[in-house]
Design a protein around this ligand. Sequence first.
Ligand code: SF4
Length: 310
Amino acid sequence: MKITEFKLRGEIAGLYFLSDLEHKYLIHRLLTVAREVGVSPELRGWNWHEAPLKPYYEDIKLPMYVVCSKYCPTDRDVYLSQVEKAKGILNLKMALGKMLHGAVSDSLQAFIQRRKLDFESWLQKVRWNEIPAKREDVLKPAEMVWHYVIKQCEAKYAEIAARQPYASEQDLMASTVPFLIEHKISGELLGLSGLLSLDCYDYLRAIMFDLKVESEPQDWHRLAPVGYAIVFESVYEVPVNICCTIYLNLRDDKITVKKDLFFANDELRNWWIEERDRKLEIVAEKRDPGKPSQSSQCDNNCIYYKLCYT
Ligand code: SF4
């Protein structure tokens, strides 16, 4: 499946903040299309009790990353992790992913809650036994990301405070960072884990964000935010039409941020349902899909590579 519409990448870095250009694109293109084209009622999360959203296997619950990951060409990773309960060999990319996700969400949460939390104090709380890398390999990127997020929040706050001199502190914060960060939500109505965590939901603009760290854009990266949008609809019965994948990378000691802002249309929703159903079936039937015909089709960074090929 090739998605080519609604790409807007490489604009001004802003993590969960939209640049002026992105905001224009949201208002004049995405929301216009979403209103004109719409979403089929049966693909809204609140119709979780009817086909096609109703999960066929009611007793099996999958984590969102299992449904939305397409690293493995045959889905053998689903079988290994969910049926065999195999532990893969974690790598530096995953360690960085955990650290940077933590740095983004904890710095934002601290800012939103007006808590004084500096990077050094945060480091004391990191559970190093869960980070599969040496401290020195992940410290610097985490510190850079921490300061980057805080600077952005402060700049946004100052901009809004200057525009609204009579707004209360609470109102200024609600306009500056209208984000639910790591909001806990249950995906059980849709065959998913009861303990899902959203990277970010902008409740003023109704945008579901998903953060990718050290990754290059892939079409299937759209699946995760679309899945979270459908889950959000199933729980709160609020329509979520717009999603965004954020790509946070560090290159030569510089932070780069790219965004893929898009309409969660019927095609993407149907794709997410297909992925969920196929993976639920593998687990329900305990069926090993096997390896691809050539090992070169696998990424040798796959955490199960050794298990599959030695
Ligand atoms: S090594 Fe290949 S077949 Fe095995 S889980 Fe990884 S991607 Fe899939």
